[in-house]
Structures are given as C-alpha cells and as structure tokens.
Design a binder for this molecule. Sequence first.
Ligand code: ADP
Length: 371
Amino acid sequence: MNSVRIEADNIAFSYGEPRVLRDINLSIEACELFAVVGPSGSGKTTLLRVLAGLEQPSHGSIRLNGVDVRDIPVAGRNVGMVFQNFALWPHMTVFENIAFGHPSAQSSGTETVEARIEKLLAILDITETRAARPAQLSIGQQQRVALARALVHEPRLLLLDDPFSNVEQELRKQMRHDLRTLQRKLGITTILVTHALEDALSIADRLAVVVHGTIRQIGSPTAIYDFPNSIDVARFVGVENFLAGTLRHVERQMIEFASPDIGTLRWPMRDRPAEGPSVLSIRPHALHLCPIDSFRDGRYSWIEGDVVASEFLGEVVRYRIAIGNAELSVKQPHYLGATATPAGTQVLIGFDPSRARIFPAGQNADMSTPE
Ligand code: ADP
C-alpha cells in the first residue's frame, strides 16, 4: 500500500464559539501508527475529522506527501476511516458492507474489488462471516468488518475514531494487538484517536496529548509516560500527587524543594528546572509505604504521614496518606494473604526523588480528573 506522510500546520477549527482546536502542528511519518489521546471533549474526534477533510479548518494547512489538500474533496484524498460505532449497514451482509460503494465489476489495476475483499476477509480472519449480518457478529468481528470496509479502496491513510471504546478489557487487548499487526503488515499510516491511554501506550509509535483543543506534548509512549511536560499531561498519564512548594538551586547540581507539607528535600538533578514557586509530582506507585520505625536509607527521601484510608484493588492496595495539610495517594503491590495497614497508623513514605517531576507553579493546568 502506498502510505503517506501527513503534516498539519497551525490548524484552528471552531463549530462556532469557542474554538475547538488551536495551534495544531503535527508531522506524522509514512507507515507510522500515531495516537491522539486526551480527556473527553478535548477535540480529538474533531481533529480526526479535520484531517480526514470532513471539516474544513478555519486556519492552517494540511499536506499529504507535501501536497496541500485544502481544495481536494474527501473522496479525492484517499483516506479510510473507522467510526466509533463502526457504522455498518444492519440489512447488508458482511461482504455487501465491505463492497458498499464499489460495484463488483469495477477493477483497479489488475485486481478486482471482489478479489481485494476476499483477501481482506482472509487477512482479518473473517472469511467465515462473509454472508452474516452485523447483528450476528461479535464486537471484535464488527470492528474487523469496519476495518475491511475502510481498507478496501486501498487508502493511503487510515483514521480510527476510538475503535475500542465500547469493548470490554480482554477483547480490547486482543483487538488492539490485531490492529497493530495488520497496520504493520499493510504498512499504512494510521491515526488512532482514543480516550484510553493504555490503548495508545501499548500500540502507538508516538502519541500526541490533546487538552482543551491544543497539543500539549508529542512523543514516544515511554517519553510521554515518564516525562510529561506539564501538569495537565501528567494528570492525563496517571500522576496523582501534586505538592506545592519552592524550588532552589543548591551546590553541585542539587535542587532543594521546600514545602510546608513535606519539609525540605534535596536531590541531584542535572537539568535543573527554574527556581521559584513549583509543583512536585510523583506517581502513587513510585512511593513506598514503610513502618514508621524503618531504617531511612539515604538514597531515598522520607516523609512521615498517617494512613487515612485504604482501598484493595486486586494487584495493588491504594492508600490515602495525610502529610501536613496535604494528602498523598500511594499504591503498594498486594502480597498473598497480606492485610492493609489500618487507618490511623503512622507510616513512613519513601521515594526516589529522581522519579519526581517538577513543574513551574501557576501553569495553566486543567485540574479536572481525566477519564
Ligand atoms: P473528543 O473527541 O476529545 O471527546 P470532540 O472533538 O468530540 O472531543 O469535541 C470537542 C468539543 O467540540 C466539545 O466541546 C464538543 O462539545 C464540541 N463539538 C463536537 N462536535 C460538535 C458539533 N458537531 N457541533 C458543535 N460542537 C461540537
């Protein structure tokens, strides 16, 4: 398949007031699986529709392999799209759904549309279902039919709008694995919109995090997960603990973070963030809950606190720990037969400061909880 590189420069879009998308700049390589993630309502689907040509941007340009597509209608862009609900025709068979819009006599090059459909049915492992109607199929099979329909006209670009949104966890894992395998096999540039971070982390080459209609960060799954560049992105990727304080540079590449809740911590950091009012963030599973009289290993920073509540989640136990006027969320692995530390117990929390992130205070943060 003849895959494309897609570039978007300074895209803005609105359905009216206010703007839904602003300052969107993207460059997606040929054959890349690129995910667009972000909280619900942040503008992901709208961005996909603009890239597909279903909506016209109010500002900016989109290029496919360097060619501006502003004046090329949707049909001429050769883009395949899979919608959230798959949008299959209930009265048609699987074969008819895939062939819809392609009279079977029509041919492209040497391969007839019919032969292409047979090949896609085989690749997607749904040949057996060719005469069935959508209602007789599982969700996973319906998704594959929708994919086949999007792929039958050999698009240069595949756009997927939250294709796993209504699927339960186990099937979801299988479906995203299948999608990744197919995408590699076909070598087709693919943009996957999803509100579920795990889907993007598990299969995307790179992802963009969209918050309030702007792209806040683009990077590999590990770069985004380990090094979120703002409080908004950190929240979206599951960081829960944010503590206000003041940052100071001290000698030998050390930084000092002083907070009324946790006192003063010092640790080495080569690329030191700016001094001044700051926010320290750390993931719940990067904190370790220890008995109050534990040995305080010098490689860690230690904070004293009191257990407020615990919640057993299976693989982990989540604790809320009061420290000063703040609360920290701590996740501990659950060990066979262990019981949770009861509320009211005084505990010690140890953490490796290199796992903390420091952001300037007063960032225009979205403090709402992501889905
Ligand atoms: P996401 O896909 O991230 O959930 P959407 O792109 O669907 O976000 O929506 C972004 C914003 O645009 C939301 O505030 C939504 O209410 C608004 N919106 C989406 N579609 C329309 C539309 N057809 N008309 C008016 N507003 C819309």
